[in-house]
Write a protein that binds this ligand. Structure first.
Ligand SMILES: [Zn+2]
Length: 431
């Protein structure tokens, strides 16, 4: 058993002072407040580990490289395909290890990897057809982050269109072949789990959706949903239904479903999502000019909110958490659309990635803790839960995942030179 004493800790009922936390076998076994120092003292504020519920690790190679000539959506997309065309399992392992280490440094303790880069080329397979999946599992294990590998079905290049070009690397042929490959993969290690994803209603024809739903069988099922208005318009023209209606008819909207983005929705769509999750990715939605989704409306309809770094233009859970509220303020012209507890619940919603029993500092919860410096130039003077509106990834000093410190004094214990590795791997991809 390990004992920690924190000057402040974000507990389920608010920020408390002088908190003692006991941990045994990667689980929190006791929490008490107003205690005298004992065990290992932590001079700052402890918050629950953050959940990154939507990630494409390789998009990290696009950061700062899609803004020339102002950078349209198409600049971004063309370069994303360029990177997807070059990655191999070994280079993706090295890139993803550095990206996941960057996430842990920022305070993320789980990541849901929406993984669609499966094959060497159209119609070809690696000796192990899940070689990329294995590379991502190894990368996450080395970075010490909990991983939910969401094996993504991507078998069409648009409504009624085959995949083309680089998309051939994503394409298993059809959903049945995708399911067969997925069923043959089970990751090793305590920190890895699997789920499934429908890339979008553009990439999986309606008649093949039931195969993915059946294959999920109680595991997380994630889907990009109505990120851009164009998807809605094309879906209505092709099927006479919105993307949400199409998923609803396929019984794809369950308590295990995570609708990613959920930006452009009708009132009927919002009602259909009740009981599911919505993963907002505010930094990416801003970067791509997607728009601002109806976060408050979804929450009021009983949709659980969670957050993701998606395109990795920013890897900072504090930024995403604040932006959930700040984007609502911009869209509504009102402050206080979410209270601090609601924002933290979304930021630490590991359940969306199939990790229930994580996300708060309470007895019985997994021991994922983030120690933040309350005395930096950014956080100095912030009061109690106000740290959520002041801190950045740069203020995280220590991170514990499953009872083990993976970051100490701002340094990742397994990947000590994250920036150098990112530079090397991203530089090689663009050469
Ligand atoms: Zn995405």
């Amino acid at each position: 058993m390990s004992t920690y004493w924190a000057r402040r800790a974000w507990l389920p009922d608010g920020v408390a002072e002088h908190v003692r936390i006991e941990i045994s076998h990667a689980v929190i076994t006791a929490v008490s407040r107003d205690e005298k120092p004992s065990g290992t003292a932590l001079s700052g504020t402890i918050v629950p580990g953050f959940a990154n519920t939507h990630s494409h690790a390789f998009h990290r190679a696009l950061r700062g490289r899609t803004h020339d000539d102002r950078g349209s959506f198409w600049t971004w997309r063309e370069r994303m395909y360029a990177v997807a065309g070059r990655l191999q399992p070994d280079s993706y392992y090295r890139l993803a290890r550095a990206v996941y280490a960057e996430m842990v440094l920022a305070g993320y303790t789980s990541v849901a990897e929406f993984h669609y880069l499966h094959h060497p080329a159209r119609g070809r397979r690696y000796a192990d057809p899940n070689e990329f999946s294995c590379a991502l599992v190894a990368a996450a294990a080395d970075a010490g982050i909990r991983l939910t590998l969401l094996d993504t079905c991507y078998v069409a290049g648009g409504f009624g269109k085959p995949t083309e070009g680089v998309q051939g690397r994503f394409d298993d042929g059809d959903a049945e072949a995708w399911a067969q490959r997925f069923e043959s993969f089970r990751p090793a290690g305590e920190l890895a789990r699997v789920g499934v994803a429908v890339h979008s209603v553009r990439a999986v024809p309606a008649e093949q959706l039931p195969v993915v739903v059946r294959t999920a069988s109680g595991r997380p099922l994630h889907v990009h949903l109505s990120e851009q208005l164009e998807e809605n318009e094309e879906c209505l023209a092709y099927y006479g239904r919105t993307p949400t209606e199409l998923l609803h008819e396929a019984d794809a909207l369950t308590p295990d479903t995570v609708a990613v983005h959920a930006t452009h929705l009708t009132g009927t769509d919002i009602a259909a999502l009740t009981g599911s999750w919505a993963s907002f990715c505010p930094s990416t939605e801003a970067d791509l000019g997607d728009g601002i989704g109806p976060a408050r409306g979804l929450a009021d309809a009983g949709v659980r909110l969670c957050l993701g770094s998606d395109g990795q233009s920013v890897v900072d859970p504090w930024f995403e958490a604040r932006a959930l509220e700040l984007h609502e303020r911009l869209a509504s012209g009102q402050r206080g659309r979410f209270d601090a507890a609601e924002i933290m619940a979304a930021a630490a919603a590991h359940g969306a990635s199939g990790w229930p029993g994580l996300g708060s500092i309470a007895v019985g919860q997994g021991a994922d803790l983030v120690h933040v410096n309350p005395d930096s130039v950014r956080t100095a003077g912030a009061d109690g839960p106000g740290i959520l509106f002041a801190a950045t990834a740069a203020d995280v000093t220590d991170v514990m995942v499953a009872g083990r410190w993976r970051v100490r004094d701002g340094v990742h214990t397994g990947v000590p030179e994250v920036a150098r590795e990112l530079n090397t791997e991203i530089g090689a991809l663009w050469q």
